[in-house]
Design a protein around this ligand. Sequence first.
Ligand SMILES: *Cc1c(COP(=O)(O)O)cnc(C)c1O
Length: 490
Amino acid sequence: MNRQLYSKLIFDLSHEGRRGYSLPEFDYGITSSIPDNLRRESAPKLPEADELTVVRHYTNSSTNNFGVDTGFYPLGSCTMKYNPKADERAVTLCGIGHLHPAAPASTVQGALEIYHVLQKYLSEIGGMAEFTLNPFAGAHGEYTGLMVIRAWHLSHDGGETRRKVLVPDSAHGTNPASAAMAGFEIEEVKSMPDGTVDVDDLRSKLDSSVAAMMMTNPNTVGMFEKNIPEIARMVHEAGALMYYDGANLNPMLGVCRPGDMGFDVMHINLHKTFATPHGGGGPGAGPVGVRAGLEKFLPVPRVVRDNDGTYRITGLPDSCGRVSSWLGNYSVFVKALCYILSMGAEGLAKVGPLATLNANYIMHSLCDLYELPIKGPCKHEFVFDGLKDKSTGVTTMNVAKRLLDFGFHAPTIYFPLLFHESMMIEPTETESPETIDAFIDVMRTIAREASETPEMLIEAPHNTPMRHPDENEAALHPVVTLRDLCSKQI
Ligand SMILES: *Cc1c(COP(=O)(O)O)cnc(C)c1O
């Protein structure tokens, strides 16, 4: 492939007057019915190119991308695991793919049954009384869960004074953001050196102004929060509720349930754990579960099953309101249910232990060369603080870019913010031992290169379609539309 030619934009390949088709002259005396005042003065500036150039341009562009279908993607905190193709197929089945969201309930009983059954399975998996599938993403689920919590407090005496949500400093950025969106003030709780919540700091912040404590377990540095029973007792004694961020439920599957640990409200990202690809902006789903006593505050609409076995879409008088159009991202629910049914209880119970085994295997195989700031067995992910040998000047960014040369996606870098050179690795349960060993070999090779040829590493990547994009410029002045591009060239 001629990279020079095919890495250009389609606009750069345009030549005035080039056509991608050739059709006989068309003269049936039909005139345009678009009124004069709605017509443009000049034609839009679209690229003009021949068909073969267009086909090659898009086919080659499609191979410039990296995805979990093309290679290993160890992105910590986000569970970029493989999503079985059979689940994708189910969504395209005619009776599902062609549904209209406004179809009367009596004509879509099967679709409503899928929705209802998935709610029940998620309740069982999370140890909760009820679930709603309506929210579109993890952050949206957090927001919805916090709205439920607020509705619950407001139904109690003194609920209006509960303005605060406590969030550990290691939390995913969406936690404080969602709490702010839901109208709460945020107070940060410190972490201990081992990465878990500092219980004494939490105690000092608990009072009658606190509405909820948000927690992730295993937390965002991959550590199991072993003090949950004590934390839950303290939070409940203060009259507040426990929120569980289950965006990354992978390590918990088949091992333990948030409901049994004392959490009152939780969300799950179906687009991380349950067969929908994560990344690229969707579609996703962030179902929210609640323990008994909070069901009536869930968002509407709800799908309920009547005694005669028919399903119905309905409202709730005490609901926190509507958070989505229709019932949410339906295709994502179908994939999740397919995944759960095809794995079965036994298969699901292997997910967490296998994901944890793979993460620990990589951690142990590399911790002689990479700095491991938090020791001890990890769960589904772990964090290195860059290379152990800091004298070479090689940074986490350089290691991440060099990995691309070997055909591996980089892990999450510079997150969590607890360390300077964070590199967060999550292999997931779906990778074969051969892939994991190949990744370990490459990481060891890079560590050797860092001491032998650091200049070469700092220049990496060497073999990717795009080598050194200007990251600052891309973040400050993104060019994402044709209009941006035109204004940039002028
Ligand atoms: C991914 C993630 C989120 C946010 O989920 P979105 O669907 O991207 O909004 C929240 N918390 C944790 C721990 C996550 O990993």
